[in-house]
Design a protein around this ligand. Sequence first.
Ligand SMILES: Cc1ncc(COP(=O)(O)O)c(C=O)c1O
Length: 395
Amino acid sequence: MHDATLRNRAGQWLEPSRRSDVPPFMVMDVMAAAARIEADGGHVIHMEVGQPAAGAPKTAIAAAQAALATARIDYTSALGIPSLRERIARHYRDAYGCTVSPDRIVVTTGSSGGFILAFLSMFEPGDRVAVTVPGYPPYRHILTALGCEPVLIETTNETRHALTGEALLAAHRKAPLKGVLVGSPANPTGTMMSREALAGLITAAEDAAIRFISDEIYHGLDYAFPAVTAAALSNDALVINSFSKYFCMTGWRVGWMVVPDILVRPIERLQQNLSISVPSLSQIAAEAAFDGAAEMEEIKHGYQENRRILIEGLPRAGLAKFLPADGAFYLYADVSDFTSDSFDFAKQMLEKAHVAATPGVDFDPIHGRSFVRFSYARSAAEMRQAVDRIAHWLK
Ligand SMILES: Cc1ncc(COP(=O)(O)O)c(C=O)c1O
């Protein structure tokens, strides 16, 4: 009784931690509104979700089915099934001509699981880590939840939205940085870093003892020029990748990292404690996914066609300002000629044109109100329809 009174008076004993107070994804509101329109019989073109319309490669599904029929689904070693780690290392040789030891490969629960392991193994609470804006929101939110301080550095059109060594070092001079994380191809901008831009940034970071993390989840989906892996440029960079996007395996929750030698054992210990291992069925499927490259290339060609339709069609529809759509499946459009509130713009576009897109505020607390992100991971017919609907609405 006495304890209960104390608890009630304190009133705070069940309050969630401050570190769990991370912002939600605004796109969820768009998705909920789209679902309401569909429930009323409307037909929405979904360009808000960053998820491939296609499923996993047939090779991956067949391997998973065979494993279910014949094998036990057990824990695996914390760093991942050895044959998968070897297959991923071979991928670096085949795709980039670069040698990576399988010992440095860590299989993760999607790249999302990779971020947690990477940040925990590299940073202390309070460490400052640079991320770009616009950028993928969980970078900053995971850092915050782990007690690190995300330092937002704006990227601009002048550098194709690539973070430069100068901008990084300017932020470092203001207050020391422990790390920097960039993605190329990037979400939400779809822009890519050239080899020179990436190499320059890595050199600047490493010369200043700033740890470098490269999110390469959209590799394979490069249209403007071939994507370059940070693993080919530095053995000290930490590379994060995933089977979610190129291999269309979002729900399988499997990804990987290439980590500096010195971090292998710490990350192994973290993974042992945090999740024991990545789901083994997903690892088995992931290994076989590499044999489905022909199927995945077909899907990539589909994105390429979608990209062409939007690059040609959106200006005719009235949306003529967007960033170079170099890779991934995103086009980031400047809608400031129409609104100073991209959330409202996306809402109106959904209600009036039945086209769902993501307001830039999710990705950019500074200029996001001027931008909307279109995802072009669905069919070409839907892309054409979307352009027509937007044109009709903006007329
Ligand atoms: C840039 C970027 N990184 C990482 C992720 C996380 O993907 P996953 O955890 O499925 O590998 C996403 C998902 O949309 C993303 O856009």
